[in-house]
Design a protein around this ligand. Structure first.
Ligand SMILES: Nc1ncnc2c1ncn2[C@@H]1O[C@H](COP(=O)(O)OP(=O)(O)O)[C@@H](O)[C@H]1O
Ligand SMILES: [Mg+2]
Length: 381
């Protein structure tokens, strides 16, 4: 167990409200369990405009409320990016099921924000949770509740003590309020062992205090966990490579981080790319999948995949986060205004994230001039 030098640090900086709400659910084991075991959300029945007119005011309000929630939670969709990531994750996870004296291979999922890292990792964790409970039962041999997955999200400027504390929070360990960082570390590992946790997800690792004593400590701690405990570590973040997680540095600091790198497999997630036919087909399939889920009275086949293929690519740069934001907001507006249809006119009034808006002009020009095409040949006129 490493000793702690960050004991006197103050607690993490407050995070924004949205991520705090997320944490309320997924940063506790019961919240994760709810997520993992929830049945699929029921889709509101598609009604025609005429059927909607026949509803009472109250029934219509209820119907629209259901559609608001539905459109706000259209995912996760089984994208090619998610599919190939999951294959790699299964390979590594399953090959780690070896006798405990062997070092477990860790995973670093390193990609820009908004590409679906958290969503894909949680979808994997959900499947793993279900598989392990199905195969091994809810209780461990020692009679404790089994928690196959532990997930912690780091917030600004996390050090070692905060990290271990987040694990204790996840398990709702009674000792999470008081103790030295070493106590916290010991209890955290004990919780994982007791619950026979097999996958430890550390999300938003870029919030770790890198290149400082605390960064080295946490990195060493990851190594210690990987060496001593039967868990697979899934580290997720932005720019992990640039921050030295895999570097073969000569300085002491980098050398310590490098050792984490040597047994860590780096995985990425890419945006949709329409430069080749295969990518255009994937883009189209994605739009068809979303289209299929949208519940609007004026929807018709091709509303997104044909009519808005270029437009949606230009506005999202092929980033799933920006695409889903735009579709979600567009559908909200289509329900609220009674348009019941999504087209460029409606979407022009919908704001998207700043990065997507910045990339838009250039893509717009390439697409309208024909230098870039978003639809596969098979479907483009
Ligand atoms: N496979 C998916 N299907 C549907 N929506 C997705 C999918 N992946 C990501 N999203 C959407 O994109 C947004 C960003 O995804 P997220 O997983 O938070 O990205 P990251 O962790 O890489 O920043 C999410 O809010 C989610 O709505
Ligand atoms: Mg994320």
């Amino acid at each position: 167990m490493k000793t702690d030098r960050s004991r006197t640090r103050s607690a993490s900086a407050p995070c924004d409200r949205r991520s705090r709400l997320d944490q309320l659910t997924l940063s506790h084991k019961e919240g994760f369990q709810r997520f993992a075991e929830a049945p699929p959300r029921p889709r509101p029945e598609p009604l025609t405009r005429h059927q909607m007119k026949l509803l009472s005011e109250r029934a219509l309000a209820e119907y629209n409320r259901g559609r608001r929630q539905w459109h706000a939670n259209l995912g996760p969709l089984w994208t090619p990016q998610m599919e190939s990531l999951h294959e790699d994750l299964w390979d590594i996870f399953d090959s780690n099921e070896q006798d405990s004296d062997k070092i477990k291979g860790g995973i670093a999922l390193d990609a820009f924000p908004g590409l679906g890292k958290t969503t894909a990792a949680l979808a994997f964790a959900r499947k793993l949770h279900r598989r392990i409970l199905r195969e091994e039962g809810e209780l461990t041999d020692a009679g404790h509740q089994r928690w196959p997955v532990c997930r912690v999200g780091l917030t600004a400027n996390t050090g070692m003590r905060d990290f271990n504390r987040a694990i204790l929070e996840y398990y709702e360990h009674p000792g999470r309020f008081r103790g030295t960082a070493a106590d916290f570390g010991y209890r955290a590992l004990d919780s994982m062992l007791t619950a026979e946790t097999k996958l430890l997800i550390v999300d938003d690792l870029h919030f770790l205090r890198w290149n400082q004593q605390a960064g080295i400590e946490v990195s060493n701690h990851f190594k210690y966990i990987a060496n001593e405990f039967p868990v697979t570590l899934l580290l997720i973040g932005v720019g992990l490579e640039a921050r030295g997680l895999f570097s073969e540095g000569t300085e002491y600091k980098n050398a310590v981080l490098a050792q984490t790198g040597r047994r860590t497999t780096r995985l990425g997630m890419a945006p949709f790319d329409i430069n080749a036919e295969r990518g255009r087909e994937e883009w189209r399939n994605m739009l068809l999948a979303i289209e299929e889920r949208v519940v609007l009275a004026g929807k018709r086949p091709g509303m997104l995949a044909d009519d808005l293929s270029d437009y949606l690519f230009a506005r999202s740069s092929g980033h799933i986060g920006s695409l889903m934001t735009l579709v979600n907001r567009g559908c909200q507006r289509a329900v609220r205004t009674g348009a019941e249809y999504v087209d460029t006119k409606l979407l022009d009034n919908v704001k998207n994230d700043a990065a997507a808006e910045r990339a838009r002009d250039e893509l717009d020009q390439a697409l309208t001039s024909g230098r870039l095409v978003s639809r596969p040949k098979r479907t483009a006129e």
